[in-house]
Design a protein around this ligand. Structure first.
Ligand code: GLU
Length: 313
C-alpha cells in the first residue's frame, strides 16, 4: 500500500523552488505559439508555478504574478458552465472521446458529420460557446466572472489585444464553425460564435489565479476561496474524467503516463492539473512541444507528481 504523504506548504515551496531550477536546461527546446500574432510576442523565458491546496494555502514560484493568455484552458471553465446551466444536455451535441488528432483538425469533424469528439478540441469548444450564447448575452464575461468566483478573485482579465489578434487570424476556427453549422450543430451565425470563442480564449490570469480557480475540481466542487459550491460533485468527476482523457491535445496518453493527473493546457503555455483531494497545480512556460503543450510545464508537472506522489493512478 502506498503511504499517504502529506505535503505542508513549507515543503511544497521548497519543491517548487527545486523544480524551477531543474527545468532550466529544457528552455529553448520548444516553440512559442505564433499562429495568433499577439502570442508570439510573449517572452519565452517566463516560468511560473503555483499550487493551491484544500486548506486554502497557496504557494508559488517564478513569474507567478504575471497574467498570461489562458487560451484553451478557458474551455475547462466553459464546460463547467454548460454543465451547470443545462446538466447533461451538452453531451447530446459534443462527445467524450479522445480525438487523437490536433485540436483544430477539420477532417475528422467533416467525416463525423459535425459531431465534435470532445469539448476540448476546438470544434467541441465552439459548440459549448454556442450553447452558452443561447443562455447569456456575453459568454466571455460569463466565463471570466465564473473564473473569478471559483478563485475568489483574480488579478487577470480579458486581454482585448489578444482577442482582436486571434479574431483577425481565426481562419481555421471559422472553417470549423462553418462545418458545425452545415451539420446543424450551431444555433448562431458561425462568425458570431468564433468571435465569442476568441474573446473567451483571450482571458488572462496568473498561475496563482488559475490554481485557485481549478481548486474546486479537487474538492467536490466547493470553492474554499469564495465559500460556495460552484459545481455539483457528479459533474466534478465527469469534468476530471474528460480532462484525463482529452485535456492535453493528442498527447493526452503520454501526459497521463508521465504525470498521472487530469489536466488542461492552452497554447499560451499554461497547464492546470488536478490532484483530487489534494490540490490544484498551475504552471506557465510559453514554449510548446509538438503537440501544443507547454514543454517545460509538462516537465515541471512530471517532477512535481513524482515527488508529491499526487496521482490518481
Ligand atoms: N484560441 C486558440 C485557438 O482556438 C486556443 C487553442 C489552444 O489553446 O489550444 O486556436
Amino acid at each position: 500500500m502506498r503511504e499517504p504523504r502529506p505535503f505542508t506548504a513549507y515543503r511544497l515551496k521548497d519543491l517548487l523552488s527545486d523544480i524551477a531550477e531543474h527545468v532550466r536546461p529544457a528552455f529553448g527546446k520548444g516553440k512559442v505559439a505564433d499562429y495568433i500574432p499577439e502570442l508570439a510576442k510573449v517572452d519565452a523565458s517566463k516560468f511560473g508555478m503555483a499550487v493551491a491546496t484544500l486548506d486554502g494555502a497557496e504557494v508559488a514560484v517564478g513569474d507567478a504574478d504575471e497574467p498570461f493568455s489562458l487560451q484553451s484552458i478557458t474551455k475547462l471553465f466553459a464546460l463547467e458552465l454548460a454543465l451547470n446551466r443545462g446538466g447533461d444536455e451538452i453531451w447530446t451535441r459534443v462527445g467524450k472521446e479522445p480525438s487523437g488528432t490536433p485540436f483544430n483538425h477539420l477532417a475528422i469533424l467533416e467525416a463525423e458529420r459535425g459531431a465534435p469528439r470532445n469539448p476540448f478540441v476546438n470544434a467541441g469548444a465552439l459548440t459549448v460557446t454556442d450553447y452558452l450564447m443561447a443562455r447569456v448575452p456575453d459568454v466571455s464575461t460569463l466565463v471570466l466572472e465564473y473564473i473569478r468566483t471559483c478563485a475568489g478573485g483574480i488579478t487577470g482579465g480579458l486581454d482585448e489585444t489578444v482577442a482582436a489578434s486571434e479574431m483577425a487570424t481565426a481562419y481555421q476556427n471559422r472553417a470549423i464553425a462553418n462545418i458545425l453549422r452545415v451539420h446543424n450543430n450551431l444555433t448562431h451565425a458561425p462568425d458570431a460564435v468564433v468571435d465569442a470563442y476568441c474573446r473567451q480564449c483571450a482571458i488572462a490570469a496568473t498561475v496563482r489565479d488559475l490554481a485557485r480557480a481549478a481548486l474546486p475540481l479537487a474538492m467536490d466542487g466547493f470553492s474554499i476561496h469564495s465559500g460556495e459550491t460552484v459545481l455539483a460533485q457528479r459533474n466534478v468527476r465527469r469534468v476530471n474524467a474528460v480532462m484525463m482523457t482529452c485535456g492535453m491535445y493528442d498527447s493526452t496518453g503520454s501526459f497521463a503516463y508521465r504525470v498521472g493527473l487530469p489536466a488542461k493546457s492552452g497554447v499560451g503555455g499554461g497547464i492546470v492539473a488536478i490532484a483530487p483531494g489534494q490540490g490544484a497545480i498551475a504552471v506557465w512556460s510559453p514554449e510548446l512541444d509538438r503537440a501544443g503543450n507547454s514543454l517545460v510545464g509538462t516537465i515541471a508537472l512530471e517532477i512535481f507528481a513524482q515527488n508529491t506522489r499526487w496521482s490518481i493512478l
